[in-house]
Design a protein around this ligand. Structure first.
Ligand SMILES: Cc1cc2nc3c(=O)[nH]c(=O)nc-3n(C[C@H](O)[C@H](O)[C@H](O)COP(=O)(O)OP(=O)(O)OC[C@H]3O[C@@H](n4cnc5c(N)ncnc54)[C@H](O)[C@@H]3O)c2cc1C
Length: 521
């Protein structure tokens, strides 16, 4: 997956694709994989880095959504459970089976949740991950030693998937490349090209790394820009109503001792009627999330004070040791691109359906919004099926339901970082065998090594210190202070690899440190 050469080819002004995707998050990358795997000529353009937007800021669950079942959205839960199973089957190196524990504090809760979660299991059918079962309080204490014991009467365990979202995004980009697709980061689409009949036939774009402006022709253009879809739809025609309703969700990352085991905690009803998760993730725990409606979309949203306080307070009601601000290693915020309801503005964002919506404009522009990481594959299938009709492309069937993703490897449960590379681990090992210096750690407390940075820049299109520390390895999301300490080393490796000077490296560190402040409280 190399940028040099490809950027020139696509930026030549002569390039013609069957399907051009705007946006390199879960939705756009999924479409690129689907289209490439069916043999279409596909180009994806992302204005920043792959998964810079919402797709690196999720709760890291591959799930049917227990909450949506409680809300009666059975169809969406069935769809998501099916996709959960496929995602685990097609990328077992990235999606893990996780045990989720619900502690019960009232006499009726254990039977209530056992029945509800058994329905959840049944809806998953053959693709289920494991049975939900009632647990005694002593068993719960063993699984989550950090859970408050006062009044605990037992609980229930159920299974869902857990993954690393930005690693999955990179994996999708690599998979698209494996099938002949082309994905470019740091290329912003500024306008749409139309033919004499008013049909969209390409895009105008700028390569943000060198300022080069160009056009790409395409039979179909897909707008998969998350919370920015209204901007791209506005390039096509004046919009009467906004199609997306951004809703911010915040997560706090704390030490794993707050849960103390390998199982996740699910709190089914917080003060605001949502669920709250405590999920083990790369040897830390992610606590979240919130649901705050916003009017503005941004690529780098910041957590609000009240969101941080809310999570700390709610987690503290269930954890034996109340987490405080000084325990927070990193805080990150993401914006859900919820499909705006058509029945007026009154709904709270937590009540807006998480289902996706596809809009087809008179010009042929296809826009997709909503959905979840878990359902990216099915969303992509639907979009490509629609694109075939719009672009008059030869009809070919979707092949992704059982298609292995890049790096596919069946690995045992293991801790540490390297498992996310799946079958590419062997190549990383070779980098370290060739030069022992590549084995050096970037930070004494973390297992990220020089080889990971080299791999990120040589094979995963990383261009900046942020790309490496935020999305190729997850240092910024796991521990923002440690990430700041790693930045100078990463900058100097990148400068050497990319042929940049010391000033560039210093500037990279300054920009990264400024950004990292948003992840500190
Ligand atoms: C707090 C939170 C928790 C979540 N947790 C889960 C979970 O646990 N499990 C789950 O399944 N789902 C979860 N989701 C939902 C999931 O993360 C999103 O549905 C998904 O990431 C949306 O992906 P996307 O590609 O549509 O948007 P994005 O990831 O935002 O991608 C859109 C991309 O388009 C790019 N773009 C915009 N304009 C342009 C332009 N003009 N030119 C080029 N590129 C452009 C942006 O830079 C951006 O990278 C969560 C969401 C949030 C907010």
């Amino acid at each position: 997956m190399k940028r040099e050469g490809l950027a020139e080819k696509i930026g030549s002004g002569k390039y013609k694709s069957d399907i051009l995707v705007i946006g390199g998050g879960a939705t756009g990358l999924g479409i690129a994989v689907d289209a490439a795997a069916r043999g279409y000529r596909v180009v994806l353009l992302e204005q920043d880095d792959f998964s810079k937007g919402t797709s690196s800021r999720s709760t890291k669950l591959v799930h049917g959504g227990v909450r949506y079942l409680a809300q009666g959205d059975v169809r969406m839960v069935i769809e998501a459970l099916r996709e959960r199973g496929r995602m685990r089957r097609n990328a077992p190196h990235l999606v893990r089976d996780m045990r989720f524990i619900i502690g019960n504090y009232k006499w009726w809760e254990r039977s209530f949740y056992t029945v509800g979660l058994t329905c959840y299991d049944l809806l998953a059918g053959k693709l289920g991950l494991g049975r939900s079962l009632p647990l005694s309080s002593s068993r719960i204490k063993k699984e989550i030693p950090g859970l408050k014991q006062d009044g605990l009467m037992g609980g229930v365990v159920y299974h869902d998937g857990q993954f690393d979202d930005s690693r999955m995004a990179i994996t999708l980009a690599q998979t698209a490349f494996d099938h002949g697709g082309a994905c470019l980061n740091y290329v912003r689409v500024n306008g749409l090209e139309k033919d004499s009949s008013g049909r969209v036939c390409g895009v105008r774009a700028v390569d943000l790394l060198d300022g080069h402006e160009f056009t790409v022709n395409s039979r179909v253009v897909v707008n998969a820009t998350g919370v920015f879809i209204d901007d791209v739809m506005g390039m096509d025609s004046r919009q009467a109503n906004k199609k997306v309703r951004p809703s911010q969700g915040v997560h706090l990352v704390v030490d794993r001792k707050f849960l103390g085991g390998d199982s996740a905690l699910m709190i089914p009803k917080t003060r605001d009627g949502r669920v709250l998760f405590g999920v083990p993730w790369h040897d830390k725990v992610v606590l979240g999330t919130t649901d705050t409606p916003l009017n503005e979309a941004s690529l780098e949203p910041c957590a609000l004070e009240e969101e941080v306080d809310f999570i700390l307070d709610q987690a503290g009601q269930y954890l034996a040791k109340q987490p405080t601000r000084s325990d927070v290693l990193s805080v990150f915020a993401g914006l859900r691109p919820l499909a705006a309801p058509t029945n007026g503005d009154g709904q709270k964002t937590k009540e807006i359906s998480r289902s996706h919506k596809i809009y087809q404009a008179d010009s042929g522009l296809l826009t997709i919004t909503g959905g979840k990481w878990t359902t990216y594959r099915e969303m992509a299938e639907e979009v490509v099926d629609r694109a075939i009709g719009i672009g008059g492309l030869s009809r070919r069937k979707c092949v992704t339901a059982n298609m292995k993703l890049h790096g596919y490897a069946v690995q045992g449960p293991e801790s540490g970082w390297d498992y996310v590379y799946g079958s590419d681990r062997e190549k990383l090992r070779q980098l370290e065998q060739n030069d022992a210096a590549n084995k050096e750690l970037l930070h004494p407390e973390y297992s990220f090594r020089v080889s990971h940075v080299l791999w990120a820049v040589r094979e995963e299109m990383a261009q900046t210190v942020e790309d490496v520390l935020a999305r190729r390895v997850r240092a910024l999301f796991l521990d923002a202070r440690a990430a700041i300490e790693m930045a100078p080393r990463v900058a100097s490796i990148l400068a050497k690899e990319l042929g940049k000077n010391n000033e560039w490296a210093r500037e990279q560190v300054a920009v990264f440190n400024q950004l990292a402040k948003c992840y500190l409280i």
